[in-house]
Design a protein around this ligand. Sequence first.
Ligand code: S3P
Length: 173
Amino acid sequence: MNNIILIGYMAVGKSTVGKSLASLMNFKYRDTDRMIEKREGMEIKDIFKEKGEPYFRGLEKEIAKNLKNTTKRVVSTGGGLFMDKEVRDQLLKEDFVVFLILPMEDIYKRIQRNDRRPLAKAASPEELKERYEVRLPYYEKAHVCIDTKGKTPYQVAQEIRGRYHQWMEKGRK
Ligand code: S3P
């Protein structure tokens, strides 16, 4: 209840901003991908390779559902988590959901810098863009959408903190 959930495409900075925001708010920080890796004792790319994407999505959903009983957390989510309707409805009802926006060319540059992301590894810029366009209408259901281009993680975190307080003051609207 009233957790802050960061959603958005791969490599937009959900984890970096999330850590900064958690310390600013004095909330606990959680990252769904890291929780899955810890639980499985494996990296995400190996879970995809050895157990498959549906298995990964199942774990991701279970973790999201367990957030229902928690509060005062900043949670960075994997880029696909919000595509699940049940998860989306729960998060929008219980928590404050923030969509972080970054232009595709910046995302693409960042993604190329590491190979941890199984869905990005072999994808062309066109494929990445297509997947983003499919997801965008769902991401845009967030309570707020924040443009991160040219801002430091701390600036983005401050902006989110302000919007969160406004949302709470207006009775979660
Ligand atoms: C995914 C994004 C990844 C990770 C997995 C699937 C996606 O997280 O959950 O590789 O479907 O967009 P990041 O958004 O942190 O890269």
